[in-house]
Design a protein around this ligand. Structure first.
Ligand code: ISE
Length: 336
């Protein structure tokens, strides 16, 4: 006999929240959505109706304490993540928190300390690239020793369209945070220094950022470059490359076929991140549900969420001072 479904409460029903709701409802084994909350009530009602009439809560705290809710998926705006994650931990409920875990290093540390006080892992952070096959294949090659020790990490993160309000700070905590996590995860070590450069949209808005690059140094002395383009004008791509002592490995951007026709060779590029990482989002949420069923936790942890913000903090200081900045993490707790 299969186990009973995990009853999920969803906070935030925007683009990513709706994608998670759809996955939980139609494509995930052993889960159902029983409660929904969004500050946009109309949107919450629409998603709840699509979730076979899930209950709508006006307040995130009420959803978290709802006895019918076993686990919570946080997909609300970035600045609300830390507070809601702490409330889930205090309620003793597992939580899949979209990235970033918080928008500041201090708030990420508060989440980490709440989990440490609970004495067990309850948080999985939505760094979905860990579930992407192209990333996993690269990881396996590198950690299988095929190219020797890693000397340089390089990632390129291309977005299709520029969002004018984005400052270098929010590009770091919302977008480049993925690349920071990928760098730590794939290299299997921490970043100890970061130097940020960026191109603004116009001189009147010097902190707006359409293209940015973070130069990092890892604990081993390996180096890295994390490049972000917010306005490619042609599509969405994420690639990773590692140069090792005896070779080089580069991840494929998207496995679309190459087409030869009318005197040209071409290959389609995905147009947005839900398209590029659709399968990864699904595998991520399935792994979360399966782990809850085993009374376990898996995937990127609160420590990973915290460490990515430690690096983001150095990046933001670097953007202010225009100098490389070192990271200042707390010692890694034994829980991780
Ligand atoms: C967005 O929030 C994401 O998480 C996407 O994965 C990322 O590529 C994009 O730059 C972010 O804005």
């Amino acid at each position: 006999m299969g186990r009973e479904a995990i009853n999920v409460g969803l906070i935030g029903t925007g683009m990513i929240g709706s994608l998670h709701a759809e996955n939980l409802l139609r494509r995930t084994r052993g889960a159902t959505v029983v409660a929904v909350m969004d500050i946009d009530h109309e949107r919450a009602n629409a998603v709840a109706a699509a979730c076979d009439g899930a209950r709508v809560h006006a307040d995130a705290g009420d959803l978290i304490s709802d006895p019918a809710v076993d686990a919570i998926l946080i997909a609300s705006t970035d600045r609300t993540h830390a507070e809601f994650a702490i409330a889930c931990i205090k309620a003793g409920k597992p939580v899949l928190c979209e990235k970033p875990l918080a928008t500041t290093m201090a708030d990420a540390e508060r989440v980490l300390r709440a989990e440490l006080a609970a004495g067990r892992r309850l948080v999985q952070v939505g760094f979905m690239r860990e579930y992407d096959q192209a990333h996993r294949d690269l990881y396996d090659l590198l950690h299988g020793g095929v190219i020797g020790a890693a000397l340089k990490f390089r990632s390129v993160h291309i977005n299709p369209r520029f969002i004018r309000e984005l400052t270098i700070d929010s590009v770091i905590t919302n977008s480049l945070i993925h690349d920071i996590h990928s760098a730590r995860w794939i290299m299997g070590e921490e970043i100890c220094s970061a130097y940020v450069q960026w191109v603004s949209v116009d001189p009147a808005h010097p902190r707006s950022a359409r293209l940015a690059d973070i130069q990092v140094i890892f604990d081993s002395g390996a180096i890295g470059s994390l490049e972000y383009n917010g306005d490619s004008g042609y599509g969405y791509e994420v690639t990773v490359e590692v140069t090792g002592e005896t070779g080089n490995v580069e991840s494929a951007s998207h496995p679309s076929p190459s087409l030869r026709q009318a005197g040209t060779a071409s290959r389609a590029i995905t147009s947005n991140w839900p398209q590029r990482f659709g399968q990864a989002y699904l595998d991520e949420v399935q792994a979360w549900i399966d782990a809850i069923g085993r009374k376990d936790a898996t995937g990127p942890s609160a420590w990973d969420g915290y460490m990515s913000l430690v690096v983001a903090d150095a990046c933001i200081r670097s953007a202010e001072t225009r100098q490389p900045q070192t990271t200042h993490p707390i010692e890694k707790p034994s829980l991780y």
